[in-house]
Design a protein around this ligand. Structure first.
Ligand code: SOE
Length: 409
């Protein structure tokens, strides 16, 4: 189902970077929220950053032919496909970007790696540890062939969180004692909200835990620079049945006499964890925090200082330098918009600020550089597997009434 090439695609295919390197031809599977966000990233990255290879938005794929063609026009993809297997078989695709629900991540990623493609896969990596293990093994084998694979934990790619990582790595906080992370949404407050794919275990793998908890597990481990050793957890499903959505309901588990479908995932997860260095961590992921729309907050407390980040103020980082004399010490706000700050040298003058969507531009930038340099991108599929193991330990602990559960290595 080809389309006439976009002008900038032709330029990109001529190697417009001037590097002489071939363009990087991207094929994306999925066109909902993440498909739109990733499209923004691919559309923008080459116009802001000097890249060693020019990304070309070669094809977008989705099952509904009319809808995916409309998505191709809206988001700027050169061609539209209705079968991901056909997309992967194309020899004019170098990188497959997986933006589908978790139940298809493994199948698509394994096929794409086997077909010689690089892969970017949305988070969480998979719906189970077993799937994630197979993906990590395939990615390691593909790496030996020069193929690279990354998982899309995009909140690492905010200037403020990247700055926080560098401050922790530089030792500005000293020895970490506490890591406190919450990711709060409230889009499920209405019990009449239908039983969509995110509420069905066979499609989503888990609920708030995998959707939001995966982000804060990865972000905490990224900022600390260590991996959790074990967790104690509680999970809850507050609304256990919901109206069926329109459309096909095949494969639905128990449907009640009232025509409602059973919710088979968690609505909220609370868990604590330990890091090898001794720091204690607390995590909260919920879709029932009334009034909180997409509220991700993290605070790290160390022997020499603290930092705090709030996604609702994502151009800022709060920093308390514990080495300052008490008389004039206190949390101060770092406005993370200076050219010295991560990613900012390519954007606007100080004080103009970035947004949520720019995490996907930065994700694309970092992946293009890793591919051009033949370097393992971060987070790798191995990193995604480790997050999957933490998710599994949370579920295991919650099933055992919060008993402390080590993270399998
Ligand atoms: C959930 O609503 C969600 O879309 C997550 O799936 C995304 O990963 C997060 O960035 C925004 O919220």
């Amino acid at each position: 189902m080809g389309q006439p090439q976009q002008p900038d695609q032709a330029e990109a295919e001529a190697g417009a970077t001037g590097s002489g390197n071939p363009p990087l031809r991207v094929g994306m599977v999925g066109y909902a929220f993440m498909g739109a966000a990733h499209s923004q990233g691919w559309r923008t990255v080459g116009r802001v950053f000097d890249l060693p290879r020019s990304p070309v938005m070669a094809a977008i794929c989705g099952r509904d032919e009319a809808a995916v063609r409309a998505a191709a026009d809206r988001h700027g993809w050169a061609t539209a496909e209705s079968d991901w297997r056909a997309l992967i078989a194309r020899d004019d695709i170098d990188l497959v970007d997986i933006c589908t629900p978790g139940d298809s991540h493994a199948e698509i990623a394994l096929a794409a790696l086997a077909a010689g493609k690089h892969v970017l896969c949305e988070k969480p990596l998979a719906n189970s540890v077993e799937e994630a293990e197979a993906m990590a093994v395939a990615a390691e084998e593909a790496y030996a062939r020069g193929q690279l694979a990354m998982v899309g934990f995009n909140y690492r790619r905010l200037p403020a969180t990247a700055l926080a990582r560098s401050m922790v790595a530089e030792g500005r906080l000293g020895s970490l004692r506490h890591v406190r992370v919450t990711y709060l949404q409230d889009w499920l407050m209405d019990p009449e909200f239908p039983l969509t794919w995110r509420l069905r275990k066979e499609l989503a793998g888990s609920g708030a835990l995998g959707d939001l908890g995966a982000h804060i597990i990865d972000l905490a481990q990224y900022l600390v620079g260590e991996r959790l050793t074990g967790v104690s957890a509680l999970t809850e499903t507050f609304v256990k049945e919901r109206p069926l959505p329109g459309g096909p309901t095949s494969g639905l588990s128990a449907v009640s006499a009232t025509g409602a479908g059973q919710v088979t995932v968690d609505d909220a997860a609370l868990f604590t964890g330990r890091f090898p260095s001794g720091a204690l961590a607390s995590f909260e992921a919920t879709r029932y925090a009334t009034g909180r729309k997409n509220s991700l907050r993290i605070e790290l407390n160390g022997s020499h200082g603290s930092i705090a980040f709030d996604l609702e103020r994502l151009n800022e980082l709060a920093y308390h330098d514990g080495t300052e004399p008490a008389a004039h010490a206190g949390f101060r706000r770092i406005l993370v918009t200076e050219p010295e700050h991560p990613y900012l040298d390519a954007w606007w003058p100080p004080g103009h600020g970035l947004g949520y969507e720019h995490t996907f531009v930065h994700q694309a930038r970092d992946l293009v550089h890793a591919i051009a340099e033949g370097r393992q991108p971060e987070p790798s599929f191995a990193d995604g597997l480790q997050v999957q193991r933490v998710l599994a330990a949370v579920e295991e602990s919650a099933e055992k009434n919060s008993v402390y559960t080590p993270i399998a290595v």
